[in-house]
Design a protein around this ligand. Structure first.
Ligand code: C2O
Ligand code: CU
Length: 425
């Protein structure tokens, strides 16, 4: 429920809905969250993914707020400081919640210098549905200990490879969301000119889009020159075994544009500048655990007790050898690092596993500096995809004081130990 004056619309497709909340930059978002989850005793809170808002609005149960009990209401109120393509979700039992489609899109408008001819939101997400039409178990140990438990049916906006009608020879903006609980995709168009104009909502000098790899929770804003009248352009996922058609953009009506395709950049939001030369370096390792061994070691604690729903049931993964507290450890361990607000840091993210991990930080954006295995443009993002055995350096200027979650966004990895927090003082 939203009391905001902003326009909100609901994406309705085949009986499933994703809410889309739209705000204008500078506008306050004031909303009441009512916990109507049908499961007895299931507490919840809402996290606003990618938004740099005050810590007490971040929606992490026990850590930034007490969770909302069933039937009760809570309130969130904040002014997003940046434009962009964001989203929101609960922050415990998320594998099941994402699995059931409990996710919403939040867009902060106001970054366009020249308006595009049209705009589309594409939300990619698979569903774990059995032959009888019922949900399959959302998690399995085999999946959680590997790349995640895959869905059985692919979808974009709750349809299989939807055909979307677009204006002909037009420049359209596509906000693409990978909100699958585990899938990694690599998106690109066939026979079309397109440019990346934002990564995780952050505008950048346009980069011609060849293909772009996206882990779960990552977003990409693209400007596409659509096909001439009557023709269409296909959006592919090149990461699956066979290139998979995610969506088709079918052109209708007279051509809108004649000239050569040239993407207008979006406005870039002001961020504190990274002081690379004086930044403190912090090595952070993402590893697998010898199961259970690491659970026992989180004795030091922060004085925060975690409820049973937010505890790891088993631990397969760790950050700096520390797994998120297991079932007999209700207390949080110490932070991964303590940062000083306003200071620059370089995180040396090191993946020592044979799996990919989209690593997400709350309330901040990373600046991607370099990778040990590929050349990456210097983009800003809140989720960075670490490939198997890759090392990536990211810069960060510590933001508002508080405890900020830092975790893999493959939800089963997060819930099986690859989760921690950074404390900014
Ligand atoms: Cu979508 Cu803790 O995040
Ligand atoms: Cu992971």
């Amino acid at each position: 429920q939203s009391r905001s004056s902003a326009a909100s619309d609901v994406y309705k497709r085949q009986g499933t809905t994703f809410p889309i909340v739209r705000l204008k930059l500078g506008e306050r978002f004031d909303t009441v969250f009512k916990n109507n989850l049908p499961v007895a005793g299931e507490v919840a809170s809402i996290h606003w993914h990618g938004l740099r808002i005050p810590n007490d609005q971040d929606g992490v149960p026990y850590m930034t707020q007490q969770p909302i009990p069933p039937g009760a209401e809570g309130r969130y109120s904040f002014v997003p400081p940046d434009t962009g393509s964001f989203f929101f979700h609960t922050h415990c039992n998320s594998t099941e919640h994402f699995g059931r489609g409990l996710i919403g899109v939040l867009i902060v408008e106001g970054d366009e210098i020249k308006p595009p001819d049209a705009e589309y939101v594409l939300l990619m997400k698979d569903w774990r549905i059995g032959p009888d039409g019922a949900f399959l178990p959302f998690t399995t140990d085999e999946g959680a200990a590997r790349g995640g438990t895959a869905g059985t049916i692919r979808s974009v906006n709750c349809e299989k490879s939807p055909v979307i009608t677009v204006p002909s020879s037009a420049d359209v903006r596509i906000r693409f969301y990978n909100l699958d609980p585990m899938r990694i995709s690599e998106i690109g168009f066939e026979n079309a000119e397109a440019a990346i104009i934002a990564v995780d909502g952050n505008g950048l000098p346009p980069i011609p889009l060849e293909s772009w790899r996206m882990g779960t929770a990552m977003r990409l804003d693209v400007l596409l020159r659509t096909a001439p009248p009557g023709e269409s352009v296909k959006l592919f996922d090149y990461f699956s075994k066979e290139p998979f058609v995610l969506a088709e953009f079918k052109s209708e009506g007279p051509a809108k544009r004649k000239g050569k395709f040239e993407a207008t950049p979006l406005k870039v939001m002001p961020f504190a500048k990274l002081d690379e030369a004086n930044a403190q370096r912090l090595p952070i390792e993402f590893s697998a655990t010898p199961t259970g061994a690491s659970v026992a070691k989180s004795s030091a604690n922060s004085g925060i007790e975690i409820g049973p729903l937010c505890l790891a049931k088993r631990t397969f993964w760790a950050i700096n050898k520390q797994a998120w507290p297991g079932h007999d450890h209700k207390d949080l361990g110490p932070p991964i690092a303590v940062l000083k607000s306003g200071q620059s840091y370089i995180f040396e993210l090191k993946n020592t596993t044979p799996r990919s991990h989209p690593i997400h930080i709350h309330g901040h954006t990373f600046e991607v500096l370099n990778s040990s295995v590929r050349s990456l443009p210097r983009v800003r993002c809140d989720t960075v995809l670490l490939l198997p055995n890759e090392r990536i350096e990211v810069g960060l200027v510590a933001g508002d004081p508080g405890k900020w979650m830092f975790h893999c966004h493959i939800l089963e990895h997060q819930e099986a130990g690859m989760m921690g927090y950074i404390e900014v003082v």
